[in-house]
Design a protein around this ligand. Structure first.
Ligand SMILES: [Zn+2]
Length: 274
C-alpha cells in the first residue's frame, strides 16, 4: 500500500507510516540534517582523486566525513604528494637510500639515549601508519567527534534549509574557512605525517616495560615531570640531525618530524589505481 502522509511524504505500507509518525521531531530533524550533510560531502568532494573519495566513504559518521573533507580541501594541490603510502610503497621504502638513512639515524638516537640513560631504551615504530589504521582512529577519536559535530553544526546554521549553498565553490570555501575551537589530535586519514615515514614517535622503555608512551593523557606525568622530554631531545640533538621536534602545535613530546636528506620520492611511484 502506498500513501502520502500529512507531510506529503510517500510512505510504503502501514508499518513505515506508523514508525514515521511516531518518530520524535528531534530525530526527524537530525535525519534530515544528515542527508543534507551527506549531499554536501558529495558536492564538495566531486573533483577529488578516487582514492580520497574512497577514504571518505570509509568514514562512518557524516560529520566526521565533513571534517576530513575540510582537511583534503585545505591540502589543495599538495594532497596527492602528502597522501599515505600504499603497502607496496611502504615495503619499498626500507631499501631506498632515504629509508636506510632514517633507520640508521633512529639507531643512532637510540644508542645516544641509552648511553645517557643506562637501563632505558627507545622503542620506535619504523613502519609508516597505514591508511586503514588512520581511518579506524578517525572513526573512533573523541577529539575528532567534538570538532566534527561543531563543523557540521556551523554549516547547518549557515546553509540550513533556506540558505543552501549556491554551489560547490561556496560550500568548499565555507568548509575551508571554518575554524575548530577545540584541538583535534589526529590528521585526517591519508594526511598523517606517519603515513609516509615523515614523522616518528619515540617511546621510553625499561626492561621491556613502557615508561613513557604516546598517550596524550601521559604527557605531563610520564614525559614532563619525569624529564624524558628533555632527555629524548638531547639524544635527538646529538644523533638525529634530520629530526625536527618535538611537535608543538598539538604538544607531543614523543613526536619528531623527519626531514629526509635525500631529495626524491622515497619509494615506488604512486599506484595507477590511485
Ligand atoms: Zn606522532
Amino acid at each position: 500500500m502506498r500513501a502520502l502522509n500529512a507531510l506529503g511524504l510517500l510512505t510504503i505500507g502501514t508499518g513505515f507510516f506508523l514508525s514515521g509518525t511516531l518518530a520524535s521531531p528531534h530525530a526527524a530533524a537530525a535525519a534530515s540534517n544528515e542527508s543534507t550533510q551527506e549531499a554536501w560531502v558529495v558536492q564538495a568532494s566531486a573533483r577529488l582523486p578516487t582514492r580520497v573519495i574512497d577514504t571518505l566513504s570509509q568514514i562512518a559518521a557524516v560529520d566526521r566525513r565533513l571534517l576530513a573533507l575540510r582537511a583534503y580541501l585545505k591540502a589543495g594541490d599538495g594532497l596527492s604528494e602528502r597522501w599515505s603510502w600504499t603497502q607496496d610503497q611502504q615495503s619499498a621504502y626500507a631499501s631506498t637510500p632515504e629509508g636506510k638513512l632514517a633507520s640508521k639515524e633512529i639507531d643512532a638516537v637510540a644508542a645516544a639515549f641509552t648511553a645517557a640513560n643506562p637501563g632505558f631504551t627507545l622503542r620506535v615504530n619504523r613502519r609508516s601508519r597505514s591508511l586503514e589504521a588512520q581511518i579506524i582512529s578517525w572513526n573512533e577519536n573523541a577529539s575528532v567527534g567534538t570538532a566534527a559535530a561543531a563543523c557540521a553544526s556551523a554549516l547547518d546554521q549557515r546553509f540550513g534549509a533556506a540558505h543552501a549553498p549556491r554551489g560547490a565553490i561556496e560550500l568548499r570555501n565555507a568548509l575551508i574557512d571554518w575554524q575548530p575551537n577545540s584541538a583535534v589530535t589526529l590528521a585526517a586519514p591519508g594526511l598523517s605525517a606517519h603515513g609516509q615515514a615523515r614523522a616518528f614517535d619515540f617511546q621510553v622503555e625499561r626492561g621491556g616495560e613502557l615508561v613513557a608512551g604516546t598517550d596524550a593523557a601521559s604527557t605531563r606525568t610520564q614525559w614532563e615531570a619525569a624529564g624524558w622530554t628533555q632527555k629524548l631531545h638531547t639524544a635527538v640533538s646529538i644523533a638525529g640531525k634530520h629530526f625536527v621536534g618535538p611537535l608543538q602545535s598539538l604538544y607531543e613530546p614523543w613526536h619528531y618530524a623527519y626531514a629526509p636528506a635525500v631529495p626524491q620520492p622515497a619509494a615506488a611511484p604512486p599506484s595507477a589505481s590511485g
